[in-house]
Ligand binder design. Structure first.
Ligand code: OFO
Length: 172
């Protein structure tokens, strides 16, 4: 059974994951209308992943005797000055989510809720992976600079920068 404190913080995380999904969906749209097909596919996949993260939390809260809250979401930015700026936003957002997960882990320990603490380890691993992917992409973007040919190749090759979910690393 979840304590009220844990239920509330998990519900806040549900909202954060849902907002992450919306943020990446907006990025997918921006890239798609700019003709960056590879980048938009990457962002659509990211958006789907975030929805899965949200659902995993929803199920956990409901199964542990709480009630998952589905809340109103903040409207994401829909315009970016460049695709580099967009990926910088992505990294910034993932760092914010990692901090939120760290705080959750801390609260779970304080509350002596070891089941939730254990459940959250999947998210800890996932955040390490997602931050690493965002940094890899930004390194590549910095290499390209303003080179249009480089951008073309980047858009083609981003499909190979896979987002390895923690579920594939045996941590689930
Ligand atoms: Fe939900 O993993 Fe990124 O934010």
């Amino acid at each position: 059974m979840l304590s009220k404190t844990i239920e509330d913080v998990l519900n806040t995380q549900i909202k954060i994951e849902a907002e992450s999904s919306q943020i990446y969906l907006a990025m997918a749209c921006w890239a798609e209308v700019k003709g960056l097909e590879g980048v938009s596919n990457f962002m659509y996949a990211q958006s789907d992943e975030e929805r899965e993260h949200m659902l995993k939390l929803v199920k956990f809260v409901n199964e542990r005797g709480g009630h998952a809250k589905i809340s109103q979401l903040a409207e994401p930015s829909v315009d970016f000055i460049s695709f580099k700026a967009m990926f910088e936003k992505l990294l910034e957002h993932e760092i914010f989510v990692s901090q939120s997960i760290n705080e959750l882990v801390h609260i779970a320990l304080q509350e002596k809720d070891y089941a939730t603490h254990n459940f959250l380890q999947w998210y800890v691993a996932e955040q390490i992976e997602e931050e690493a992917v965002a940094r890899t992409i930004l390194d590549k973007i910095n290499l390209i600079g303003d080179d249009k040919g480089g951008l073309y190749l980047f858009d083609r090759d981003i499909a190979n920068i896979t987002v390895t979910s923690a579920s594939n690393t045996g941590l689930q």
